[in-house]
Design a protein around this ligand. Structure first.
Ligand code: HEC
Length: 169
């Protein structure tokens, strides 16, 4: 009897977060195969305008996206990956516009109350010297959580910027 709920849980979380230790997350491996929810150019948390703003692409496991669309809430253990690219231009034959150039790295949001009491934890895998880190420690609550809780449209997530979660298919 106990097997069925377990199997259901497994089906929902085919991509559970992998931890090195409590609140120390391993970088998710195949996130580019997940459900792509949207991209943006140059959304920034700072008041100063950036000359060449970065591109960001956001991904979520398919099962978590489906559950969110049904219930309006993300299931426990949901991960969202935001990957960051530097913009680049002037590649023939393009005469205008920007495309994604150098890969900068990823930031990850995880809904896991076993990791942090506030429920959502935020991890930055971009090192101080721009290197890719294999693991990252959850940021302090005030560094990331507060802005997400206050301004994210749904359940701490910036759904307002992600058309494939925001709009009806
Ligand atoms: C002042 C507000 C603010 C703070 C502080 C902030 N974020 Fe965000 N975050 C945003 C906005 C706005 C987006 C929407 C997408 C974007 O920025 O490209 C976002 C999106 C994200 C996403 C994509 C999933 C989601 O929840 O929408 C991740 C992952 C993320 N941020 C990680 C972090 C991490 C890690 C920190 C702390 C180091 C942090 N954020 C701090 C405003 C903030």
């Amino acid at each position: 009897m106990r097997l069925i709920p377990l199997l259901l849980l497994f089906a929902l979380h085919a991509e559970p977060p992998q931890y090195a230790s409590k609140a120390v997350l391993k970088a998710p491996a195949n996130y580019r195969d997940w459900y792509f929810v949207g991209s943006n150019l140059g959304i920034s948390y700072s008041d100063t305008a950036t000359k060449d703003p970065n591109f960001k692409n956001i991904y979520i496991p398919r099962a978590a996206a489906d559950a969110f669309k049904k219930t309006g809430v993300f299931p426990e253990k949901t991960m969202l990956v935001m990957e960051v690219y530097q913009p680049t231009k002037d590649a023939s034959p393009a005469k205008q516009g920007n495309f994604e150039g150098k890969f900068i790295g990823i930031e990850v949001a995880v809904k896991d109350k076993d990791a942090v009491p506030e429920g959502w934890a935020y991890y930055n895998f971009i090192g101080d010297k721009g290197e890719q880190k294999p693991t990252a420690k959850a940021n302090p609550k005030q560094a990331c959580w507060s802005c997400h809780a206050e301004h994210g449209a749904k359940d701490n997530v910036f759904v307002q910027f992600y058309p494939r979660l925001r709009d009806k298919d």
